[in-house]
Ligand binder design. Structure first.
Ligand code: B4P
Length: 189
């Protein structure tokens, strides 16, 4: 079973590259950002709470996203593997994911981190904000807050996977095809 964590700051290209990876490798795509936005679109209580935090560039509480991922793992028992996009975003989420996968006799195969500098991240997210309708992409202050949250709470997740010798970092600047090519080389290795 191939279980991949696609990692990187907001706007690094995780969602973009996930689409290419699921097509080529037949994995199930689990994006906590997409799952939360779907809760918001459906007007659920969880979605309403999450929206308040997401619109400010803050992370949603660990137990909420861990619960969503747990449900998705349970409802995809026959999957040949998963790509985790935007999850885990804290060390507590990474530990919970290991426990969930272990209980199913599975584990994370590798983490691929996309490296992109802050200036390029801000540029990409503001550009997407012009058409996406996402409130968290429209405002430079919120984008900077998301990058700060990443540096404080999410960046340490890389150390968690480095300690397990599962971490690979690649350059996230270049064409979408070039970056996908680098990702494929890591997966195929
Ligand atoms: P996400 O939906 O995960 O948001 P994201 O990090 O901005 O998306 P992504 O990184 O996938 O976008 P991409 O680079 O592909 O999370 C949103 C919010 O949800 C978080 O801030 C948080 O509040 C909450 N949340 C989600 N998961 C959570 C968790 N586990 N715990 C707690 N809270 C959680 O794309 C960005 C742009 O760059 C696109 O326009 C794309 O076209 C462009 N782009 C991509 N590759 C490019 C390239 N090579 N060159 C130029 N542009 C490129």
């Amino acid at each position: 079973m191939l279980n991949l964590v696609l990692f990187g700051p907001p706007g690094a290209g995780k969602g973009t590259q996930s689409q290419n990876i699921i097509e080529k490798f037949g994995l199930i795509h689990l994006s906590t950002g997409d799952l939360l936005r779907s809760e918001i679109a459906n007007g659920t209580a969880l979605g309403l709470e999450a929206k308040k935090l997401m619109d400010q560039g803050l992370l949603v509480p660990d137990e909420v996203v861990i619960g969503m991922i747990s449900n998705k793992l349970d409802s995809n028992k026959d999957a040949k593997g998963f790509i985790f996009d935007g999850f885990p975003r804290t060390v507590a989420q990474a530990e919970a994911l290991d426990t969930l996968l272990e209980s199913k006799g599975s584990k994370i195969s590798c983490m691929i981190a996309l490296e992109v500098n802050d200036e390029e991240l801000e540029h990409r997210l503001l550009l997407r904000g012009q058409s996406s309708g996402r409130p968290d992409d429209a405002n430079p202050d919120v984008i900077r807050k998301r990058i700060r949250e990443y540096n404080e709470k999410t960046a340490p997740v890389a150390d968690f996977y480095k300690a397990q010798h599962k971490f690979t970092s690649i350059n996230g600047i270049g064409s979408i095809e070039e970056i996908f090519d680098s990702i494929c080389k890591v997966i195929e290795k």
